[in-house]
Write a protein that binds this ligand. Structure first.
Ligand SMILES: Nc1ncnc2c1ncn2[C@@H]1O[C@H](COP(=O)(O)OP(=O)(O)OP(=O)(O)O)[C@@H](O)[C@H]1O
Ligand SMILES: [Mg+2]
Length: 472
């Protein structure tokens, strides 16, 4: 056989192969569709037409391919002249594996395209596709979970250029690149949670979950399961299947331990083990799980005092206190008031502005609820005032129970009782304040908490500590 002979043979083989390839594909395919150079359908088999809800293929003729097959890429094939050899096409039923080829005329110009739907029944077709589908599902659910668990705040949200604020931000930023525990200490409403989220968002763990757990908000009996999860069969009922704990959900990411000062002692020991050994066991299980979380803890109570009272483990405190950040109260960074107020009003989508006397008044208040309280005050003032320029009296009304007292004059207003300790005087003040606010809010704790700029659970705790009963 000479060269020309074999070449001739090859062409023949090729022709035969093309023909049989086409026939096999056409016969075994779930559907075939042909479009012209404008991507209008010129032919479609009946089976394919029915899949897209048409009674007959005749209804498809002359229509743009996408109007019959949503998401069709045949137009792109006609435009580029390039085939799309394997792709997935969604249909009202299951997805299909499709192949799209351009059709050339004798001169080589693209005159249309042909699409084959190769198979349906993807799930039974091959283990590979089955895996593909289950991975798709897993990816979608992981993505949505992660989206819900991603940090809402970054450092740009922490407003403030006073020296105290800049120092806090500097320390927090520096801690972001480390992996050691961070301990945020500061009064209620000073931005501890905001900072925790910002640290996570600029850490190498930013693309993983930020999971928070609040020891003050969860009943003690449930806290351990919430933390470590439960093993299958550990409980009857809803938890029979076992449930992942926050530690597991936070794997690879950051675990934010809010109000760590309220963590019960037995759990403190277990947390210490997690920090030291980097492992834990779900409740009711013997399985040891390796943990990879970065811990950020926050507290508004004084942990050193809690240690002295025997309520907090000293060893846990030292383990957490690696990168301590003291978040100062608002009254110690009054320079931030104008910027904070502006940012808050903007965030509230309010058109209101503060008159100079209003700003001056804000500077005289002591802000026990800190920035959360400032936010509440501005929101209330903006709601109550039709005038877009808020003045001092608008704010005084919004601050409500607190009559701002000029700092210099404050000593004359405080009632001094002989032999009273600081702690006793403070308790007396707290009781009077809370009782007066509750009375003004007709006993409604939720409203009183909002007015005081405190979280509801914080106010309940203070009431319990002071022996103030909730009126019915
Ligand atoms: N520097 C800041 N700039 C802008 N907004 C802030 C700032 N600090 C706090 N905030 C806002 O104040 C509110 C309270 O902040 P956050 O919840 O972080 O306080 P917290 O210290 O965790 O309080 P708590 O101890 O009561 O839980 C939030 O709405 C937060 O966005
Ligand atoms: Mg908080």
């Amino acid at each position: 056989m000479n060269d020309t002979e074999s070449l001739k043979d090859y062409q023949r083989v090729r022709q035969l192969a093309i023909r049989s390839l086409f026939e096999i594909i056409e016969q075994s395919s779930e559907g075939t569709v042909i479009v012209d150079r404008d991507a209008n359908i010129v032919w479609m088999n009946e089976r394919y037409a029915r899949r897209f809800g048409l009674e007959s293929a005749a209804f498809a003729i002359g229509k743009a391919c996408e109007s019959v097959i949503p998401g069709s890429l045949l137009r792109e094939v006609v435009r580029t002249g390039r085939p799309i050899l394997l792709d997935m096409q969604d249909t009202p039923k299951d997805p299909l594996v499709v192949m799209r080829l351009p059709i050339h005329d004798d001169a080589g110009a693209v005159i249309g395209a042909i699409g084959f739907a190769l198979f349906d029944e993807l799930r039974s077709l091959s283990p590979m596709l089955k895996r593909y589908l289950s991975m798709q599902e897993e990816l979608a659910s992981t993505r949505s979970l992660l989206r819900a668990r991603q940090a809402k705040y970054n450092f740009a949200h922490f407003i403030g250029t006073s020296a105290a604020s800049l120092e806090v931000k500097r320390r927090a930023r520096r801690s972001a690149s480390a992996d050691s525990p961070v301990l945020l200490q500061g009064e209620t409403g000073t931005g501890k949670e905001l900072l925790a989220q910002a640290i996570h968002a600029s850490s190498p763990r930013a693309h993983k979950a930020f999971v928070s757990i609040n020891s003050a908000a969860i009943p003690e009996a449930l806290l351990e399961a919430e933390f470590f999860g439960t093993a299958p069969g550990a409980f009857t009922g809803a938890d029979r299947k076992g449930r992942a704990g926050k530690l597991q959900i936070a794997q690879g990411g950051t675990l934010f331990l809010d109000e760590i000062g309220d963590m019960p002692l037995p759990l403190q020991s277990k947390l210490l083990r997690v920090l030291q050994e980097k492992e834990f066991e779900p409740v009711g299980s013997n399985e040891v799980i390796q943990s990879d979380v970065r811990v950020i803890a926050a507290t508004s109570t004084n942990l050193e005092a809690a240690i002295k009272r025997g309520e907090f483990r000293a060893d846990l405190y030292y383990r957490l206190n690696v990168l301590p950040i003291q978040v100062p109260p608002l009254r110690e960074r009054l320079d931030d008031l104008p910027a904070l107020s502006e940012a808050i009003l903007e965030e509230l989508r309010s058109q209101h502005e503060l008159a100079p006397d209003a700003l001056a008044l804000l500077g005289q208040h002591t802000w026990p609820g800190n920035i959360r309280e400032l936010r509440n005050v501005l929101e209330r003032a903006a709601l109550l005032s039709d005038d877009l320029m808020l003045n001092a009296s608008d704010l005084r009304a919004a601050i409500g129970t607190f009559s701002p007292v000029p700092r210099a004059a404050s000593a004359q207003v405080v009632e001094v009782q002989a032999n009273e300790t600081f702690a006793a005087a403070r308790e007396r003040f707290d009781r009077q304040l809370i009782e007066a606010t509750l009375a003004q809010c007709r006993g409604k704790v939720v409203d009183a908490a909002a007015r005081l700029g405190l979280g509801r659970s914080t106010l309940y705790k203070k009431m319990a500590a002071l022996g103030i009963e909730e009126s019915q």
